[in-house]
Design a protein around this ligand. Structure first.
Ligand SMILES: Cc1cc2nc3c(=O)[nH]c(=O)nc-3n(C[C@H](O)[C@H](O)[C@H](O)COP(=O)(O)O)c2cc1C
Length: 219
């Protein structure tokens, strides 16, 4: 059983990285083989609209762009579960995650009403989001609506709805005194880091456990 995690944060060991590693720890505790891919270690572009993946005379599900993402897109076809994680940048996923999703999702769909996906298997997934804003602000801004589109397309391609985890009000700087950040209360951020973030880590671990268990049930 192979669980592959895709980290869409450039800061590999901060909030997003910590949570994605917790998911993998959870999966590993259920004997999954795990692999973490840090998108910001790779050189790649988003979809270039060449439509190679839609051609009738070519094998479907193959992205023709040749860069660091190409072997990853092939490797994902072998995964039994995929974990996506991204910080929120300007009310959506990071550009690294967005570019990756364009390539992954578009190459695995064809414009057919009958065939929603050409991805080889139906597999579970999770999407972890980290952000500065609070849960209350997220509701006020309607941010969850923005995230639903990629969630819908992941569902269309992988055939199962992703488990979702939103980590709010994250601690952004190692030293708040060094940066202009009067919009935020460092005290409140520190409290959240002490009290809420460990709960989010536990939830992430549980997601990993449950995803691995659901894969095992299928086999
Ligand atoms: C370019 C940029 C844009 C951001 N935009 C938002 C935003 O729109 N909403 C938000 O809540 N946080 C925003 N943030 C904050 C990050 O989402 C938050 O600090 C996140 O937890 C960072 O993840 P990391 O610790 O893995 O780097 C932004 C951060 C950056 C660098």
């Amino acid at each position: 059983m192979k669980v592959i995690a895709i980290n869409g944060s450039p800061r590999k060991n901060w909030n997003t990285g910590t949570l994605i590693n917790k998911v993998l720890e959870g999966a590993k505790s259920e004997n999954a083989e795990i692999e973490l891919i840090n998108l910001y270690n790779l050189e790649y572009k988003g979809c270039i609209s060449c439509f190679h993946c839609k051609r009738k005379d070519k094998r479907h599900g193959v992205c023709a762009v040749d860069d660091d993402l190409s072997p990853i897109l092939e490797k994902l076809k072998e995964a039994d579960a995929i974990i996506f994680a991204s910080p929120i940048y300007f009310a959506n996923v990071s550009s690294g995650m967005s570019g990756f999703l364009e390539r992954f999702l578009f190459s695995n769909m064809i414009y057919s009403n009958e065939i929603p996906t050409v991805f080889p298997k139906k597999i579970p997934s999770a999407f972890i989001y980290t952000m500065n804003i609070t849960e209350k602000q997220m509701k006020e801004f309607g941010l969850k609506e923005n995230l639903k589109l990629f969630q819908y397309y992941i569902y269309r391609i992988l055939g199962e709805k992703s488990k979702l985890l939103y980590a709010y009000n994250t601690y952004q700087f190692s030293d708040y005194d060094k940066y202009e950040s009067s919009m935020f209360s460092e005290e409140e951020k520190a409290k959240n880091k002490e009290e809420q973030f460990p709960i989010d880590c536990k939830k992430a671990f549980e997601i990993g456990v449950n995803i691995a268990k659901s894969v095992m049930k299928k086999h």
